[in-house]
Design a protein around this ligand. Structure first.
Ligand code: E4P
Length: 224
């Protein structure tokens, strides 16, 4: 089943899209939490209130050694929420991911900038892989290409990791990674809003209202 996440800790936006879309949960990182000025003790109960207790929340470790990351992950797992531990896919991070997976901790390998790096994280058993599509584009490489190649390698080698592409700055990037067959995605609120905002939609809907009201006034469909 495809998983749709929101890449934000903004509760207003989480409530907004949680109402209109089947949002599986949210993804966070240290920058997102710092921007919202919200720690987990404050955020997690509010997200559960808005999206339901079963919402999945991706939380990044801030420790710097593998042992400390594993300890941090174990503490995150003690919280009464469905938490996936995000770990940067560095050499230290991959060491930590292997230890976390030996303890059955759900893990997302984050900060993926290349196919090779993502492939190694998949080999280490990461449940999710987060390639940073726009950040890859911004350094002159091809974010969508990295996602498509990684999906190909996951399929080719029957690796269980799910791609969860992140870092989007336009809806075309979103469309292209969906076409590559990813199993999940995380969208910033502005990009989620843009997916609804085709300029032809509102005029079309307004025209239906005008045509109806010209003949039936305020009568509702079942009353006509
Ligand atoms: C995932 O949670 C990533 O940390 C995030 O999508 C990065 O996005 P940005 O490139 O817009 O900061």
């Amino acid at each position: 089943m495809f998983e749709l996440y929101l890449d934000t800790a903004d509760l207003g936006q989480i409530a907004r899209f949680g109402a209109s879309l089947p949002v599986r949960g949210i993804t966070t990182n240290p920058s997102i939490l710092a921007k919202a000025n919200s720690g987990l003790a404050e955020l997690l109960p509010k997200v559960a209130e808005v999206l339901g207790k079963e919402a999945r929340i991706h939380v990044q470790v801030v420790s710097e050694s593998a042992d400390a990351m594993v300890k941090e992950a174990l503490s995150l797992q003690e919280l009464p929420y469905d938490i996936v531990v995000k770990v940067p896919a560095t050499e230290t991070g991959l060491t930590a991911i292997r230890q976390m997976k030996a303890r059955n901790i759900p893990v997302l390998a984050t900060a993926i900038y290349s196919v090779q790096q993502g492939f190694l994280a998949a080999l280490c058993g990461a449940d999710y892989l987060a390639p940073y599509v726009n950040r890859i584009d911004a350094i002159g490489a091809n974010g969508v290409g990295v996602v498509a190649d990684l999906q190909h390698l996951l399929d080719r080698h029957h690796l269980a990791s799910k791609l969860l592409p992140a870092s989007f700055k336009n809806t075309q990037q979103v469309l292209e990674v969906l076409k590559a067959g990813v199993a999940s995605i995380t969208l910033p609120a502005d990009i989620a809003a843009e997916l609804f905002a085709h300029p032809s939609v509102e005029p079309a809907v307004n025209r239906f209202s005008q045509d109806w009201q010209a003949v039936f006034g305020q009568t509702l469909s079942f009353e006509s």
